[in-house]
Design a protein around this ligand. Structure first.
Ligand code: ADP
Ligand code: MG
Length: 403
């Protein structure tokens, strides 16, 4: 099947049949092992993770599947139903792939786990994902975590804590792929919980559940606008935050990350920073407090607080952190005025991509329709607006008992 023709939204049974048939076509036999890893979104706390702050994150019911079959040699053959090309490599000599760079996520995971002493087995693998790429829902973490889960299953299940698995996947993205991301994405994909968002402490990597009220839904509003990025923006924001923490450590020696500063301490030395670094730091320090406040507001179902916190979060991302985009502005306008909306903001790295709204459950369909129409009218871009549910983290897909 041509990549362009592969549907993203389809029932589990149809998806399984499609992947199974494609696997047979490509590898001559049926898969013997299935794994999944979900995408994720932050409900609040974008860019707080690498500052060792808090974030409210949620694994979602959009995920990446890997169908696999062990091989008797040490080769790995992978194909994806979402991307052209594929990869073939030997576990004894894992190199980068310039022809199909997407396979570097798989190669990177294999290389890091092997380096850490985990036993690896060769396999044929076919991937299918329902997560849009590059929209802030972490398809990259999902492909890494599903690869690690597959390798673990092929080896008869290594003893490994899910947090460690997430950290090693992050290392694969940092060191092999070359993207200096925090661990938030991999953590969420590995440790998501059905029905719950997680309030994650990115310093200690501990989490408690942040409960969403029964009659509230989370809706993803994907701007689907081309991002105008040079690729350096994420690293630049990160460096600015690090510079701020370094400068402020001159006044407060215990500071290693922005996490260690109260707003009062920051304000006392704001003038010692360059204007741009001060703005970045202020956003992170304020956003960190908002994350904690939002977790409380969600638990208490305090809708006025949810609205206020999400509004200020969006304004800060735009005005202080500089990660806005015209498409986000248009989407925010549409979301803010949608039926049943409780709160709305950006999610992920920013510069376009997905936004997120809290919506009253009864109004979700009307909200989706309204937001799509209004955003399309303003931008001439067809967005994608859909509710998501908090989903379980990565693991085997068990089809036993299902036809
Ligand atoms: P995000 O993580 O926000 O979706 P990234 O740029 O970090 O965006 O990762 C997207 C990249 O990950 C894709 O361009 C592709 O290289 C790789 N990728 C993710 N999922 C798949 C998949 N199912 N098949 C092939 N490549 C994938
Ligand atoms: Mg990514």
């Amino acid at each position: 099947m041509d990549v362009q023709e592969v549907p993203r939204a389809l029932s589990e049974a149809l998806r399984r049949t499609m992947v199974s048939e494609e696997f047979k076509q490509r590898f001559g036999q049926t898969p013997t092992l299935w794994a999944q890893a979900p995408g994720r979104l932050d409900l609040m706390g974008s860019h707080t993770d690498y500052n060792e702050c808090y974030v409210i994150t949620m694994a979602i019911d959009r995920n990446t599947w890997m169908a696999a079959r062990p091989r008797s040699d040490r080769k790995v053959l992978v194909r994806s139903l979402n991307m052209e090309g594929g990869g073939e490599f030997d576990l004894n000599d894992i190199t980068h792939d310039t022809d199909s760079p997407w396979t570097d996520y798989i190669r990177g995971v294999a290389a890091v786990f092997q380096d850490e002493g985990y036993t690896l087995h060769g396999f044929d693998g076919l991937i299918h994902s329902t997560i849009p790429f590059g929209s802030g829902l972490s398809s990259s973490a999902a492909i890494e975590v599903v690869t690690a889960t597959t390798l673990k299953m092929l080896a008869g299940n290594w003893e490994i804590e899910p947090v460690r698995l997430a950290l090693l996947c992050q290392r694969a993205e940092n060191e092999f792929v070359g993207m200096n991301c925090g661990v938030l994405d991999q953590y969420s994909s590995a440790l998501g919980q059905t029905g719950h968002a997680l309030l994650l402490d990115c310093r200690n990597l501990t989490a408690r559940t942040a409960t969403l009220h029964d009659d509230m839904r989370v809706a993803i509003c994907d701007t689907r606008a081309e991002r105008e990025l040079t690729g350096s923006e994420y690293g630049e924001r990160r460096e600015q935050c690090e510079e701020g923490a370094r400068r402020l450590a001159d006044f407060y020696p215990a500071v290693t990350h922005l996490r260690d500063l109260t707003l009062e301490q920051f304000i006392a030395h704001e003038a010692d920073l360059t204007e741009v670094v001060a703005k970045r730091c202020r956003f992170i320090i304020e956003e960190n407090q908002r994350v904690l406040d939002l977790a409380d507001a969600l638990s208490a179902d305090d809708r006025a607080a949810i609205r206020a916190l999400t509004e200020v979060s969006y304004a800060g991302a735009h005005d202080l952190f500089g990660i806005g985009a015209p498409s986000m502005e248009a989407m925010m306008k549409a979301m803010r005025s949608g039926p049943g909306v409780v709160g709305a903001r950006q999610t992920g790295a920013g510069f376009g991509g997905c936004m997120v709204a809290f919506v009253e459950a009864h109004a979700v369909d009307a909200f989706a329709q309204y937001v799509s129409t209004r955003y399309r009218a303003e931008t001439a871009i067809e967005p994608e607006v859909y509710p998501v549910r908090a989903a379980v983290g990565a693991g085997p897909l068990d089809f036993s008992g299902k036809t």
